[in-house]
Design a protein around this ligand. Structure first.
Ligand code: ADP
Ligand code: MG
Length: 700
């Protein structure tokens, strides 16, 4: 008996609860699709008000069905759903697709029923897609399951598609069919009450019929699980996602720099990339790239060869390809010698090679074969613009022959009106993606090349530092039990020290005399800072007095800071050693709603939000990740040292980032952390944290 998601995708029998004879009802469409798609198992209509539906005996209840039932598709009104599911549980049904709407999406009453539905599903060990969804399709010839009310019928292929929105799902299926994009499995998830996008990723990861996973999602579900699964799968299979257009406002910007810098769309791009997920900006782009991923091998490099029978489209394809990071090298001497024999004497043998309008199918085929076999090329674009004199069908067949056994991705631009449908059909049937415009072909190859980079990204290793994790945990737990979200200065210091961070020497001082005393014992210059729960960013209120070189300076600064007592009755003054001769960096972490904990580093100081020179990574960080992060900053040359300056201790920065990452792993209460600045000096032993804040919370 199929269990888990197999009960949904590979059932041997399906009951349709709420099946109907009435035209234009979902209950009828589902039955109709199951039969029309030639489901390989048994179908049982269930409806107490009908005796026969579609020439099949109709049952009063699932429990009346004499055979075993693996999957039930529920389309009854909301009020009857729980009862129907209860009967399914009694019958031993393992899979549910609840199409009925009116749950969480409709308000509190619906949300209540949904919660009960969820408990029922879990209690009986069932799996459920929906509610409020369009259904599920599996085109496997052994199964042929169309348990949906979609009008379009997908062809068999190797793309799996998951859509959060049902309406969009319908459009996706129709579009896929028009483009010759075959579908392996399709799921419209609805409210994701039980089966989530993460579950599907996991299921498809090991599914041999799925070569590429396409997602339209507004949210990924459990972010930690998503990043973990996506990172693993994308080492083997591409995941392509469309951006949903929802950008997150930096709502918590007031507390930490990291929080505001990590929000927004560019952050999403960067984080998805690190999980190996390819993000496209539009549905249109998704459909441009998906057929290439589904039908062609991944190129082993960026080098493209173009064969065309018209100059203009060749140039357009070249420009688009180069803009996407692809290259067009010269052909190998051997390819050139071959082409010389095929082409008229006046033809040039550059890349793109232009066969001119008079090219016959035979000549196109020979030239294409030569270019496909050139070992210096990783992918090929064949462009055919139909002159009226050439038979498009014969040309399509010639292209298929020329591209066969290429061993590398080949995509075709077929700009032909006469009999183009026929030509396109021939090309697609041979597994070649066909485009109308040269730029689309370049987009497809560009995306595949980008994905190759993502797939082959360095793994790196996660070092383990010897730290005082238990001590740090006690600090955080004590603050949490005391009901505080923000740690005090002392707590921050204890936490950071426990993880081996070095802090600038400092002391809370009660009087100017004490401050002068501190300065004399550590040595001038010093800094005085205002500390208060009312003051988040000290510089904003004139609460940081730097470069105090004499007792007199300290005395004056101390007096000036007293003014702040009016707005901050809990004011305390911190005296700190001034760290000189370094660069200010920011190191931070925040908890992203979609990706879980993320780590940030960048050029720091009080102007971080203005400069926005930061890099963001999904936790946990590897040594390779930390290296890359720092080197991706615009300010990297400043850290390396320009114009005779000494380089700063980059290794100390990497070390600090990796320690921070370990802290995130070990301290669940950590929600947000800002170290700004971490002052990095040329001497690794001189680097110091001079300011930090930490926010804690449960349920990261
Ligand atoms: P806040 O971020 O709350 O405004 P900081 O303690 O980060 O306060 O101080 C603001 C700026 O003052 C820092 O970015 C840095 O330029 C400078 N600064 C503060 N403390 C030191 C120090 N100990 N050594 C050198 N510069 C310091
Ligand atoms: Mg600061």
């Amino acid at each position: 008996m199929p269990a888990g998601l197999d009960a949904i995708f590979r059932p041997r029998s399906v009951a349709v609860v709420g099946a109907s004879r009435q035209p234009a009802t979902i209950g009828r469409e589902v039955i109709h699709n199951l039969l029309g798609f030639e489901f390989s198992g048994k179908v049982f209509p269930v409806n107490p008000k009908a005796a026969v539906i579609h020439s099949m005996k109709c049952y009063r209840s699932v429990t009346d069905i004499p055979d075993e039932v693996d999957l039930a598709v529920i389309v009854v009104p909301r009020e009857q759903v729980l009862r129907a599911v209860g009967q399914c549980a009694r019958k031993g049904v393992r899979g549910l697709i609840v199409i009925t709407a009116g749950f969480r999406e409709s308000g509190p009453a619906g949300a209540k029923i949904e919660a009960r539905l969820f408990r029922m599903v879990r209690a009986h060990g069932m799996r459920m897609v929906g509610p409020n969804c369009m259904g599920v399709i599996n085109t496997d010839p052994e199964i042929r399951l169309n348990a949906s009310f979609a009008a379009a019928r997908p062809e068999r292929g190797e793309a799996a598609f998951v859509s959060q929105s049902g309406a969009l799902g319908e459009a996706i299926l129709a579009n896929a069919k028009d483009l010759g994009l075959g579908i392996s499995m399709f799921v419209s998830m609805g409210n994701k009450t039980d089966v989530s996008g993460n579950d599907l990723l996991e299921y498809w990861a090991t599914e041999p019929s799925v070569r590429v996973i396409l997602m339209y999602l507004e949210s990924f579900g459990n972010p930690r699980r998503f990043t973990e699964i996506a990172r693993r799968i994308t080492r083997k299979k591409p995941i392509i996602t469309v951006k949903s257009g929802r950008t997150e406002a930096g709502a918590r910007a007031a507390v930490s720099h990291t929080g505001s810098l990590a929000a927004g769309d560019t952050a999403t791009d960067s984080l998805l990339q690190q999980c190996g997920v390819l993000r496209v900006s539009t549905m249109e782009e998704m459909f441009t790239v998906a057929p290439a991923f589904a039908m062609q091998p991944i190129p082993t490099g960026p080098r493209v060869g173009i064969v065309t029978n018209a100059g203009g489209p060749g140039i357009l394809a070249t420009d688009a390809a180069v803009a996407l990071g692809l290259t067009l090298p010269e052909f190998s001497p051997r390819t050139r010698r071959g082409l010389r024999k095929v082409l008229p004497r006046e033809a040039t043998l550059g890349n793109p090679v232009d066969l001119i309008a008079s090219a016959t199918p035979e000549r196109f085929e020979r030239a294409l074969r030569l270019v496909c076999r050139d070992p210096g090329l990783d992918s090929v674009i064949a462009i055919f613009v139909s002159p009226i004199t050439v038979d498009a069908r014969a040309m399509a067949e010639a292209i298929v022959r020329g591209a066969s056994r290429a061993g590398k991705p080949v995509v075709v631009v077929f700009m032909s009106k006469a009999a183009s449908a026929e030509g396109t059909r021939i090309l697609r049937a041979a597994g070649l993606p066909v485009y109308l415009y040269p730029e689309e072909a370049a987009t497809a190859l560009g995306a595949m090349n980008t994905w190759r980079g993502l797939r082959d990204r360095p793994t790196g290793r996660i070092p383990k530092f010897r730290v005082h994790a238990a001590r740090a945990r006690r600090v955080l737990e004590r603050a949490w039990r005391a009901g505080r979200e923000l740690l005090t200065g002392e707590e921050v210091e204890a936490l950071l020290r426990a993880y081996g961070f070095r802090l600038a020497p400092s002391r809370i001082v009660k009087t100017a005399a004490e401050a002068i005393d501190f300065a004399q014992s550590t040595g001038y210059p010093v800094v005085l800072k205002a500390q208060s729960r009312r003051i988040v960013h000290k510089s904003d209120v004139g609460g940081v007095k730097v470069d105090l070189r004499t007792a007199d300076d300290v005395w004056k600064a101390f007096r000036e800071l007293q003014v702040l007592r009016r707005r901050a009755p809990d004011l305390r003054i911190l005296a700190q050693k001034m760290i000189r001769g370094g660069r200010e960096l920011i190191l931070g972490m925040t908890t992203d709603a979609r990706f879980g904990p993320v780590v940030l580093c960048g050029m720091g100081g009080i102007h971080v939000e203005v400069m926005r020179d930061t890099a963001l990574r999904v936790h946990p960080l590897t040594d390779a990740g930390a290296r890359q992060m720092i080197r991706s900053l615009r300010g990297w040359p400043l850290l390396e040292g320009v114009r005779g300056e000494k380089p700063v201790a980059v290794a100390a920065m990497e070390d600090a980032l990796l320690r921070l990452s370990q802290m995130i792993t070990e301290q669940d209460l950590l929600r947000e952390l800002d170290i700004n600045p971490f002052i990095v000096t040329p001497d690794p032993a001189g680097c110091r944290v001079v300011d930090a804040r930490v926010r804690i919370g449960a349920g990261r």
